[in-house]
Design a protein around this ligand. Structure first.
Ligand SMILES: [Zn+2]
Length: 111
């Protein structure tokens, strides 16, 4: 439960609920069956839940990996071009993984 990376407030509109504007102050996470974690935020006015993304252990491993790759950017001797390429590739895998988990959770297919 320490995956909150966004601590900056971000404005949102409750377009699926009461249509009020509110500020998102970081995400909450909930554990679902199958080692899936749901990252979400809730409208403070009507309590409508908005899911930011889902992760499973595979996606979380990729998130760890991307953090390690990103830390290589601090190293002036590292090959920045190839590091950025790796980051892009890993980001694409993370996005595909999140889509896969979301489809499984929301489609009720199970894993
Ligand atoms: Zn609302």
């Amino acid at each position: 439960m320490s995956t909150t990376q966004t601590s900056k407030a971000m404005p949102a509109i409750c377009n699926e609920g009461c249509n009020n504007q509110f500020e998102v102050n970081g995400f909450q996470t909930a554990r679902l069956p199958g080692a899936i974690e749901k990252t979400y935020f809730i409208c403070p006015h009507c309590k409508h839940e908005y899911v930011a993304f889902y992760t499973d252990s595979e996606v979380r491993q990729l998130q760890d990996k991307i953090r390690r790759i990103q830390s290589q950017l601090q190293n002036p001797r590292a090959d920045q071009t190839s590091t950025l390429k790796k980051i892009k590739k890993t980001q694409a895998s993370i996005k595909a993984g999140m889509d896969r988990v979301r489809a499984a959770v929301e489609g009720g297919v199970g894993l």
